[in-house]
Design a protein around this ligand. Structure first.
Ligand SMILES: Cc1cc2nc3c(=O)[nH]c(=O)nc-3n(C[C@H](O)[C@H](O)[C@H](O)COP(=O)(O)OP(=O)(O)OC[C@H]3O[C@@H](n4cnc5c(N)ncnc54)[C@H](O)[C@@H]3O)c2cc1C
Length: 303
């Protein structure tokens, strides 16, 4: 019986495990190794680690945990979790092993779903991005597109003006209202409502959006709206509640309080999976720390 089992070793899970290790709690971290930003060349906007590769962040985080003998890191996937009648947690791994713990931190990240368009997936995380604060600096002053419709598209396009004065909102066949077109015009943003057939460019770079009628729009990078979903039913199976995704942020987050408490005694959640604010590495580190600290306090108090 461990003190805590942490599901996921991204920024949130590593941070929770570090906090628990420093509180001398026996902690098992189980990680499937599919951190959301692993496809990106760099992490943007993480103080102390700005513009360094995500793989380096994760490797250094794992190395730091080695200093704490009560922490065990294991590669694997939790396929099932249950809160037993005595208040402890049991998890089953894909390899059939079963582990038990007195508390649990869910830090499994989320599934980022982006629009489907030929040429998009291979550029995801680099020339195609979802967060201007993460990737905007790197593509400053290039001609930039925003692939979205409606109020979300208008908001995203106007916001991106901070990084370039050549912004075009691409609705891919969606129709804007006159009021939305006027807001874009006032903000100095162009728009194109024609359907797009493909994103084109050498390798993973972007050169242009090619419309269905054969016309092209030169682009250096493209901001797309993505929606974040839970990666599994684990949180629900354990009795945690989920927030309704709102139109702007579109995050289906586990409901938690400021310390990562889910409302299920002993069950905490952190990182993208539990954030109802724009997701980021910095927020994941912070929420992992808080959830780890809350779990350690609960364990020390014996409830
Ligand atoms: C393409 C892209 C680029 C990004 N760039 C930036 C950036 O530049 N700057 C920035 O601040 N933010 C960036 N982000 C956001 C950032 O990556 C996330 O906010 C951050 O990764 C969240 O950390 P996390 O620990 O919650 O989840 P993750 O990093 O996704 O880690 C979760 C881990 O849990 C594992 N896991 C999931 N389910 C299970 C299970 N059942 N059993 C075991 N393990 C499991 C996963 O495999 C994964 O290893 C980017 C996101 C994307 C998608």
């Amino acid at each position: 019986m461990k003190d805590c089992v942490v599901v996921g070793a991204g920024a949130a899970g590593l941070s929770a495990a570090l906090t628990l290790g420093r509180a001398r709690r026996s902690t098992l971290v189980i990680d499937a190794g599919r951190q959301s930003n692993r496809v990106a060349a760099k992490v943007g906007g993480l103080l102390g680690r700005d513009r360094r590769p995500p793989a380096l962040f994760h490797a250094e985080g794992r190395a730091e945990l080695l200093a704490y003998p009560s922490v065990e890191l294991r590669s694997g996937e939790v396929t099932h979790g249950v809160r037993e009648d005595d208040g402890t947690f049991a998890v089953t791994l894909a390899d059939g092993r079963r582990e038990r713990a007195r508390s649990m931190v869910l830090a499994p990240g989320t599934d980022y779903r982006h629009p489907q368009l030929p040429g998009l997936s291979e550029r995801w995380g680099n020339a195609v991005f979802h967060c201007p604060f993460c990737h905007g600096w790197e593509v400053s002053d290039r001609p930039l597109g925003v692939l979205a419709t409606g109020a979300v598209g208008v908001h995203g396009a106007l916001n991106l003006r901070a990084w370039s004065d050549r912004i075009t909102l691409l609705t891919n066949g969606g129709e804007l209202t006159d009021e939305q077109r006027e807001r874009l015009a006032v903000g100095g943003v162009g728009w194109d409502e024609r359907p797009i057939s493909v994103l084109d460019g050498p390798g993973t770079d972007l050169r242009a959006a090619v419309f269905a009628d054969g016309d092209e729009l030169a682009l250096g990078a493209l901001l797309v709206k993505s929606t974040l979903y839970q990666r599994s039913s684990l949180a629900r199976d354990l009795g945690a509640s989920l927030n309704e995704p709102d139109e702007m942020l579109s995050v289906e987050a586990i409901t938690v309080d400021a310390m990562g408490r889910t409302g299920v005694p002993g069950l905490y959640a952190a990182g993208d999976a539990a954030t109802a604010v724009p997701p980021s590495m910095a927020a994941a580190v912070a929420s992992g720390y808080l959830a780890g600290a809350a779990a350690a306090v609960q364990l020390a108090a014996g409830y």
